[in-house]
Design a protein around this ligand. Structure first.
Ligand SMILES: Cc1ncc(C[n+]2csc(CCOP(=O)(O)OP(=O)(O)O)c2C)c(N)n1
Ligand SMILES: [Mg+2]
Length: 788
C-alpha cells in the first residue's frame, strides 16, 4: 500500500466528487444534492455529453493535485479527449477557479444547480474542454493535437510540467502518432517536461482501440521505441489503482526531476528517456455496469450517456440516482453544497491550481517582441524594378535578429523548409532544435536551437499553437501547397481565437502567422503536386475578426507585412510571398505606406494621372504584379492614349466591404479606386473565384474580370506557368483590348501580336528549355520623373 489512509481517502474523495459533478452536469437541472428522490422534471430534456472518458480524466486530475501539493509543482492539464468537458469543469469548480471566473456559478448548492443546468444547455456552456473552461488550452473536440500542444507549452518554460492525457482512440490519429517524437525537440536544460498519460480505456465511440488490443509488451516497446520509459497502471479496483497511480506518478515526477537536474547541471540537452504512463482503466468506470441487460461500464457503450431514457423511464431514473448516490455526495458537500474541508486537502491553491495556472491564459503573460527596425534590412530600390531580390531572404535576415533579440519567446517552425524558403540567415544566430544524436556534417543542430524543423506540418502547427496559447510568439513557414494539410487544425485554432475574443478574462494571444513561400507560380523543381494556392480560400471562410491574408508584391512590402503581423494579436495571418529572385518595386518608405493602405494606386505605373482611367489593372501577389506591370508597359508602348490605372493589393481583406471585414474598404473609396463602371482586369495569385467572393457586393463587380490559377500546372518555366493559366502579360493585354469598349477594332493588330507572342514564347520554351529573353530580361523602364 503506497498511500497512507488519510491521503487515500482524500484523493478518492476528490475523484468521487469530480465524478459526481460530472454526472450531475450531464443529467440534472435541479436537486443537485439529491435532497429528494429524483423526478422526471429534474432531468434535462436532452441528455448530452460524454461520460466514458470522464472518470479517467478525473482520476488523473485528483492524483496530479496530490503531487502538485507535495512537490509545489507548476503543472497544467491537457485533456486529449476534450469531450470529457464536464470532468474538466467539475475539477475547476472544486478548485474554486470556476466560480472566480464565473461568480454566478458559486461554490454552493445554488451554484452547483447552475453548474449542472448550464452544461450543454441552450445559452449555457459547450460540452468540451472549450475556451470557457478555466485552465484549458486545448478544446480537444477534434482529436489528435493534445501531445503537440503539450510540447508547445513546455518549450522555454523550464519549470512547467504538462500532464497530457491522450485518449487511446485519439492515439490512432496521424497527428498524435507523429507527436510522440516531440521529445526530439524538448531540451531538458531549457524546456519543461511533458508527462504523456495514454488513457487505455479500451474503446472509442463504437470500437475497441488498436493500442488496447495489441499485447502489452508490444505497446511498451512502441513507447520505448519512441524514447519513453513506460509505466503501466492497470486495474478496476479503485483502491489498488489509487495506490498504483500515486506511486507511478511519484516515480515519473521523480524521474523528470532527476533528468532535469542532471541535464541542467551538466548543460547536456541530449534526449533523455522521459517517463510516460499507460493507464489502463475501464471506460465509464464507476458508471452503470449494465443498462437494460447490456454491459455498459468497461465498453464503448459508456462513451456518451450511459442511461439514455432517464426522463421517461423510471427504472433508468432509479439507476441514475443509485449511481449518483454511489459517490456518497453527503460526505463530499456540506449542507449548503460547499465542498467539504477534506477536499480542500487535495486542492492546490492560487496559481498552483491547474484550473488557474497562468500559462493557461497565455495572453496575460504575453510580452511584446523586441522587433528590429525593418529599415535596416530593406532592399535598396532606387527606382521601381531597378533591383531584384529574393524577398524571403531579406526577411530571413530580419528574422535572425528577431530570434536573437527574443531568446526566450520567439520560435520559428517549419516542415524542413526553412532553408528552402531562403530564411537561412536565421542559422547565423541559432540552430535547429534537436536532442537526438548529432554527427559531424550535420547542419546547425543543437538541443537549444530556436528553430524547430520537423517534416510534419501538423507538428509545426500544433507546437506553435501550444507555444502561442501559453503566451509566446512564433512563425510557421511552409510551402504554400502543403499547408493545406493543417486546414482542419487552423479551423480549430481560429475557433479558439473567435471564442476567446468574447471571453473577458482570456487575454489576446500573439497571432498565428504563416509565411507561405515556394508558392504556386514558382514551383520550378516540383510541378503540379506542389501547386495549390487554395489555403487562402480555406482561411477566408473563418470569422472576419480572426483572419488576415497578405500578398506582399516584393521584398520591402514583405518585410513591412511581417513586422506588422508579428506585432498583431489574436489573428491568423497568412502571408504568401516568393523566394525566387524578383523585381523590387517599392522603397521601404513606399512599402510602409502601401502596406498601411492595404491596397493602392501605383501612380508610377499608371498612365491615367488624375483622369478617370479607361481600365484598371489590379494585381495581388508577386507574380501577378510582375505580369501586370509588364502588361502596363506594353499598353503604354502600344496604346499610349489609353488611360491605365494600376492598383496593387497587399491586404486581400481590403477588397471586402467594411461591413464584412474590419479591414474592408468603404464602398466610396473602393468605387473611387476601382471606378463605377470601367473594366477591371484583376491578376490574382490564387483561384479567381475568391476575388469575386470578396467583391461581389461592390458596385463595379460586373466589370471585375479575374485571372488567376486555373488548376493548370506542371514542371515548366515560370512564364509558361502563367501562360498556362492565362495570367501572363500578353493575355492581360488581350483582356484589356477585349474589355475596354471601342478598342477591339483599333487594337486588332495588337491583339494579334499578343496572341503570337504567347505562341512564340511557348515554342521557345519547348525548343530551348527556358523562357524567352523578351520575358526573362524584361525590366520596368526607368523613369526620371518618378514621384517622390
Ligand atoms: C479527428 C476526430 N475524428 C473523430 C472524432 C469523433 N470522435 C469523438 S470522440 C471519439 C472517440 C475517442 O476515443 P478515445 O480517444 O479513446 O477517447 P475516450 O475513450 O477517452 O472517450 C471519436 C471518434 C473526433 N472528435 N475527432
Ligand atoms: Mg478510449
Amino acid at each position: 500500500m503506497y498511500l497512507d489512509d488519510e491521503t487515500l481517502d482524500t484523493v478518492d474523495a476528490w475523484w468521487r466528487a469530480a465524478n459526481y459533478l460530472t454526472v450531475g452536469q450531464i443529467y440534472l437541472m435541479d436537486n443537485p444534492l439529491l435532497r429528494e428522490p429524483l423526478t422526471a422534471e429534474q432531468i434535462k430534456p436532452r441528455l448530452l455529453g460524454h461520460w466514458g472518458t470522464s472518470p479517467g480524466l478525473n482520476l488523473v486530475w485528483a492524483h496530479m493535485n496530490r503531487a502538485i501539493i507535495a512537490r509545489d509543482l507548476d503543472a497544467l492539464f491537457i485533456a486529449g479527449p476534450g469531450h470529457g468537458g464536464p470532468a474538466m469543469v467539475a475539477n475547476t469548480w472544486l478548485e474554486g477557479a470556476y466560480s472566480e471566473r464565473y461568480p454566478a456559478i458559486g461554490r454552493d448548492e445554488a451554484g452547483m444547480a447552475r453548474l449542472f443546468r448550464q452544461f450543454s444547455f441552450p445559452g449555457g456552456i459547450p460540452s468540451h474542454a472549450a475556451p470557457e473552461v478555466p485552465g484549458s488550452i486545448h478544446e480537444g473536440g477534434e482529436l489528435g493535437y493534445s501531445l503537440m500542444h503539450a510540447y508547445g507549452a513546455v518549450f522555454d518554460n523550464p519549470d512547467l510540467v504538462v500532464a497530457c492525457v491522450i485518449g487511446d482512440g485519439e492515439a490512432e490519429t496521424g497527428p498524435l502518432s507523429a507527436s510522440w517524437l516531440g521529445n526530439m525537440f524538448c531540451d531538458p536544460v531549457t524546456d519543461g517536461a511533458v508527462l504523456p498519460i495514454l488513457h487505455l480505456n479500451g474503446y472509442k465511440i463504437a470500437n475497441p482501440t488498436l493500442f488496447a488490443r495489441i499485447p502489452e509488451d508490444d505497446l511498451r516497446e512502441v513507447m520505448h521505441g519512441y524514447g519513453y520509459e513506460p509505466f503501466v497502471v492497470a486495474g478496476d479496483d479503485p483502491v489498488k489503482v489509487h495506490h498504483e497511480l500515486a506511486r507511478t506518478l511519484d516515480e515519473a515526477l521523480d524521474e523528470i526531476k532527476r533528468i532535469q537536474q542532471a541535464a541542467r547541471s551538466s548543460k547536456d540537452g541530449s534526449r533523455p528517456r522521459w517517463p510516460m504512463i499507460i493507464l489502463r482503466t475501464p471506460k465509464g468506470w464507476t458508471g452503470p455496469a449494465e443498462v437494460d441487460g447490456v454491459q455498459v461500464e468497461g465498453t464503448f457503450r459508456a462513451h456518451q450517456v450511459p442511461l439514455p431514457g432517464v426522463r421517461e423511464n423510471a427504472e433508468h431514473r432509479a439507476q441514475l440516482e443509485q449511481w449518483l448516490r454511489s459517490y456518497r455526495p453527503e460526505e463530499l458537500f456540506d449542507a449548503t453544497g460547499v465542498p467539504v474541508a477534506a477536499l480542500a486537502g487535495n486542492a492546490p491553491t492560487g496559481a498552483r491550481r491547474m484550473s488557474a495556472n497562468p500559462h493557461t491564459n497565455g495572453g496575460a503573460l504575453l510580452r511584446d517582441l523586441v522587433l528590429p527596425e525593418i529599415d535596416e534590412y530593406a532592399a535598396d530600390v532606387p527606382t521601381p524594378g531597378a533591383t531584384t531580390a529574393e524577398a524571403t531572404r531579406f526577411t530571413g535576415a530580419w528574422l535572425a535578429e528577431v530570434i536573437r533579440a527574443n531568446p526566450d519567446r520567439f520560435r520559428l517552425f517549419g516542415p524542413d523548409e526553412v532553408a528552402s524558403n531562403r530564411l537561412t540567415a536565421v542559422f547565423d544566430v541559432t540552430d535547429r532544435a534537436f536532442t537526438g544524436r548529432i554527427i559531424p556534417g550535420d547542419d546547425h543542430l543543437a538541443p537549444s536551437g530556436r528553430v524547430i524543423e520537423v517534416l510534419s506540418e501538423h507538428l509545426c502547427q500544433g507546437f506553435l499553437e501550444g507555444y502561442l496559447l501559453t503566451g509566446r510568439h512564433g512563425l510557421l513557414t511552409s510551402y504554400e501547397a502543403f499547408i493545406h494539410i493543417v486546414d482542419s487544425m487552423v479551423n480549430q485554432h481560429a475557433k479558439w481565437l473567435k471564442t476567446t475574443r468574447e471571453i473577458g478574462w482570456r487575454q489576446p494571444l500573439a497571432s498565428l502567422t504563416y509565411l507561405l513561400s515556394s508558392h504556386v507560380w514558382r514551383q520550378d523543381h516540383n510541378g503540379f503536386s506542389h501547386q495549390d494556392p487554395g489555403f487562402i480560400d480555406h482561411v477566408v471562410n473563418k470569422k472576419a475578426t480572426v483572419v488576415r491574408v497578405y500578398l506582399p508584391p516584393d521584398t520591402n512590402t514583405l518585410l513591412s507585412t511581417m513586422d506588422h503581423c508579428l506585432r498583431s494579436r489574436h489573428y491568423v495571418n497568412v502571408i504568401v510571398a516568393g523566394k525566387q529572385p524578383a523585381p523590387n518595386w517599392l522603397s521601404m518608405d513606399e512599402a510602409k505606406l502601401h502596406c498601411r493602405r492595404g491596397l493602392g494606386i501605383w501612380d508610377w505605373a499608371s498612365t491615367a494621372g488624375d483622369d478617370e482611367p479607361d481600365v484598371v489593372l489590379a494585381c495581388a501577389g508577386d507574380v501577378p504584379t510582375l505580369e501586370t506591370l509588364a502588361a502596363a508597359d506594353l499598353l503604354r508602348q502600344h496604346l499610349p492614349d489609353l488611360k491605365v490605372r494600376v492598383v496593387n493589393v497587399v491586404d486581400l481583406m481590403r477588397l471586402q466591404p467594411d461591413t464584412e471585414h474590419p479591414h474592408g474598404l468603404p464602398d466610396g473609396q473602393f468605387d473611387a479606386i476601382f471606378t463605377h463602371d470601367k473594366p477591371v482586369v484583376f491578376a490574382y495569385h490564387g483561384y479567381p473565384t475568391l476575388i469575386h467572393r470578396l467583391t461581389y457586393r461592390r458596385n463595379n463587380h460586373d466589370n471585375i474580370h479575374v485571372r488567376g490559377y486555373q488548376e493548370e500546372g506542371t514542371t515548366t518555366t515560370p512564364f509558361d506557368m502563367v501562360m498556362l493559366n492565362d495570367l501572363d502579360r500578353f493575355h492581360l493585354v488581350i483582356d484589356v483590348i477585349d474589355r475596354v469598349p471601342g478598342l477591339a477594332v483599333g487594337a486588332a493588330a495588337l491583339r494579334q501580336q499578343m496572341t503570337d507572342a504567347r505562341q512564340i514564347c511557348r515554342d521557345y520554351t519547348r525548343r530551348v528549355g527556358e523562357d524567352h529573353p523578351w520575358v526573362r530580361d524584361w525590366k520596368w523602364p526607368a523613369e526620371p520623373d518618378r514621384p517622390a
